[in-house]
Design a protein around this ligand. Structure first.
Ligand code: IPM
Ligand code: MG
Length: 357
């Protein structure tokens, strides 16, 4: 029997609730296809600060490195919000992304037909369809650039630096074009090249790389315009290729456009099949442990794990179909609940998906 090692980092808040459900789903699907998943549960984020005094213990990173894939819940919460930069739970995310070399962050945002009403945009905009993929560079740019405090002519100052080299841009551009080839063959590269030098380099490298993908249509947009276009006409986008910081912002906006942030999964990848999979939403500490969280984004993240890291596309499709069936039958957690649908908690939602498999 084929065996895979899966590192599981539930993290903080609802990360714990939703990961529990995803693991049950993964176990059932893997059995169906005659594979065995060996889960190792690890700590990172606030819970690791509490137990080990640091957000990303070396042990956690080491076990991840030795696994086939990582399933992550969410990290952070008000309890740790006043800690210094190096000690914050978010530092765990940076350590995992950087330490595992996960430079490509794929964040699909699509509107589920049955959840159309949940989008804050007008029906006629949503009816044109929203099905886009943000390809965000994840291990470079201002998130990892030189930063510090300094003296600015006697006034206290601080700085962060946005820097990209040609190789970093090339790598992420290839991911975007390859993704587009499997989709609607359109890449929108987003930058701020009217102002930033790093964006001018970004744009020229993306142009170069695009020559290797003659079938893919490439256009460039400034980030401010993109923010506007995303709410004006989201249907115009297929793949959005962008930097770490712009991708952070635009992926939140894109997820809100769909109205179902509790449904959106993401993957962080590198050249080989290894990857880290997590929902787009945060740790929602206010509803943690109360059986209120929507586990579907985490369950759909596990589908991405099967697809990209284990090469089990059919298993991924099974999970996606099971989720769709549960929604079609009218079951909803509180975040996506509307009049006339049936409200369920985290555990029951997990069970409903299991029953469909
Ligand atoms: C995300 C999050 C993180 C980021 C935070 C929690 C550090 O917003 O994954 O989008 O900025 O990358
Ligand atoms: Mg973000």
């Amino acid at each position: 029997m084929k065996e895979y090692k899966i590192a599981v980092i539930p993290g903080d808040g609802i990360g714990v609730d939703i990961t529990r459900e995803a693991i049950k789903v993964m176990t059932k699907v893997s059995e169906k296809y005659g594979t065995k998943l060996i889960f190792t549960e690890l700590k990172a984020g606030g819970c690791a600060i509490d137990e080990f005094g640091e957000p990303l213990p070396k042990h956690t990173l080491d076990v991840c490195k030795d696994s086939d894939a990582v399933l992550l819940g969410a990290v952070g919460g008000p309890k740790w919000d006043n800690l210094e930069g190096q000690q914050r739970p978010e530092k765990a995310l940076m350590g995992l992304r950087g330490g595992l070399g996960l430079y490509a962050n794929l964040r699909p945002a699509k509107v589920y037909d049955v959840l159309k009403g949940a989008s804050p945009l007008k029906n006629e905009i949503i009816d044109e369809g929203v099905d886009l993929l943000v390809v965000r560079e994840l291990t470079g740019g201002i998130y990892f650039g030189d930063r510090g405090r300094c003296d600015d002519n006697g006034i206290e100052a601080a700085y962060d630096t946005e820097k990209y080299n040609v190789s970093e841009i090339k790598k992420i551009a290839h991911v975007a074009f390859k993704s587009a080839m499997k989709r609607r063959k359109k890449v929108t590269s987003v930058d701020k090249s009217n102002i930033l030098e790093s964006s001018r380099l970004w744009r020229s490298v993306v142009e170069e790389v695009s020559k290797e993908y003659p079938e893919v249509e490439l256009n460039h947009l400034y980030v401010d315009n993109t923010a506007m276009q995303l709410v004006r006409k989201p249907s115009q986008f297929d793949v959005i290729l962008t930097s770490n910081l712009f991708g952070d912002i635009l992926s939140d906006e894109a997820s809100m456009v769909t109205g179902s942030i509790g449904m959106l999964a993401s993957s962080s990848l590198r050249e080989d099949s290894f990857g880290m999979y997590e929902p787009i939403h945060g740790s929602a500490p206010d509803i943690a442990g109360k059986d209120l969280a929507n586990p579907l984004a985490q369950i759909l993240s596990s589908a991405m794990l099967f697809e990209y890291s284990l090469g089990m596309s059919e298993a991924a499709r099974d999970i996606e179909e099971a989720v769709q069936n549960v929604l079609d039958k009218g079951y909803r957690t509180g975040d996506i609940f509307t009049e006339g649908t049936k409200k369920v908690g985290t555990a029951q939602m997990g069970k409903l998906v299991l029953d469909e498999l």
